[in-house]
Write a protein that binds this ligand. Structure first.
Ligand SMILES: C[S@@+](CC[C@H](N)C(=O)[O-])C[C@H]1O[C@@H](n2cnc3c(N)ncnc32)[C@H](O)[C@@H]1O
Length: 309
């Protein structure tokens, strides 16, 4: 599977198998490059009006995206996930950001029978909000069997279906993915969970850059309140973004929660830069967006909080 196109402004993911994958990717690049609108590149450095220079730049960016897809594949290589085309899933095609405020996403997700989805639903739970492909969470679940359960919430149903197929392939009994609008469903899902909520992550959420779209951002006061209310004492929240404006927006909302304190107050090994951003990733694995962003040379702005006892 590879994905390319501007990572925040719409991307295309395809599932391929067999030795001709590279050729198929190249053919697809050619098809797509003719339809990519130049302004859609986030790190747009296409100031030059010379068309051959522009197409060389486009090619460069495509190669860069392919390279970063290879990096994503190697980040999760030990999972050995099949990238075959799933008949009932079709191609996993990701369009631009969905609008979580649209009425089609207003229906709360059904609370699952936790005893059906986890082998032991009394274990501490980590919830990853906006988990994307889910590979980050699958990696963690595989590393931590029998000590923690993992729940991925994702608003794109096809990503959830593919993640579930991957989980079945491995197989794992401490992870579950739910097609859910986290803004609508987070609280009712976690309060029904039999065990404690120990960690919530919101990693590289959709930025919704336009001011009039900020209300579509996932970190809103009601979600922050729900997270703090449901977190166990000493439970943690990890937020990060490669977009400074989005990171600052999330940070300002979590910083002002009285019950939360930044992790460096408790753990002196977790160092921050002079602005208070964590210097390293405390999870031991990067998310897909994180890999793409870092391969583009971007910085990840990260904060981790702990709930007071
Ligand atoms: C930029 S991606 C980042 C995915 C992953 N966390 C990573 O870092 O690679 C943001 C993800 O959040 C999902 N998302 C956006 N709004 C959401 C919502 N209200 N509820 C659940 N998922 C949401 C998107 O569909 C997308 O998969």
């Amino acid at each position: 599977m590879t994905s390319f196109g501007s990572h925040y402004y719409g991307s295309v993911s395809i599932a391929l198998s067999g030795t001709s994958a590279r050729e198929a990717i190249s053919a697809l690049i050619l098809r797509i490059s003719s339809s990519i609108a130049l302004p859609s590149f986030r790190h747009n450095r296409l100031y030059c009006s010379n068309s051959s220079a522009v197409s060389a730049e486009v090619q460069n960016q495509e190669q860069q995206h392919l390279r970063s897809s290879d990096l994503v594949a190697s980040e999760y290589a030990e999972l050995n996930l099949s990238h075959k085309f799933y008949e009932d899933l079709g191609h996993v095609r990701i369009r631009q950001h969905v609008n979580p405020l649209s009425s089609s996403f207003s229906v709360p997700a059904q609370v699952p029978d936790w005893y059906q989805v986890f082998r032991d639903p009394t274990l501490p739970l980590m919830v990853d909000i906006g988990c994307g492909s889910g590979r980050f969470l699958i990696w963690l679940a595989k590393r931590n069997p029998e000590v923690r359960n993992y729940l991925g919430l994702e608003i794109r149903q096809k990503l959830v279906k593919r993640a579930e197929l991957w989980v079945r392939e491995i197989p794992l009994d401490n992870i579950h993915f739910l097609f859910a609008n986290a803004t609508v469903s987070f609280k009712q899902l976690v309060i029904s969970y039999p065990g404690p909520l120990m960690l919530v992550s919101i990693l590289c959420p959709d930025p919704h850059f336009k001011k009039r779209h900020h209300k579509r951002r996932i970190v809103q006061k009601s979600l922050v309140d729900s997270i703090v209310d449901t977190l166990m004492p000493e439970g943690q929240v990890l937020i990060q973004s490669d977009v400074l404006e989005v990171a600052v927006d999330m940070r300002s909302q979590f910083d002002e929660m009285e019950l939360l304190k930044h992790i460096d107050a408790y753990d002196k090994t977790l160092l921050c830069d002079s602005e208070g951003w964590l210097l390293s990733n405390p999870m031991g694995i990067r998310t897909e967006r994180e890999v793409h962003a870092e391969s583009d040379g971007a910085k990840i702005y990260r904060r981790m909080y702990r709930k007071r006892t």
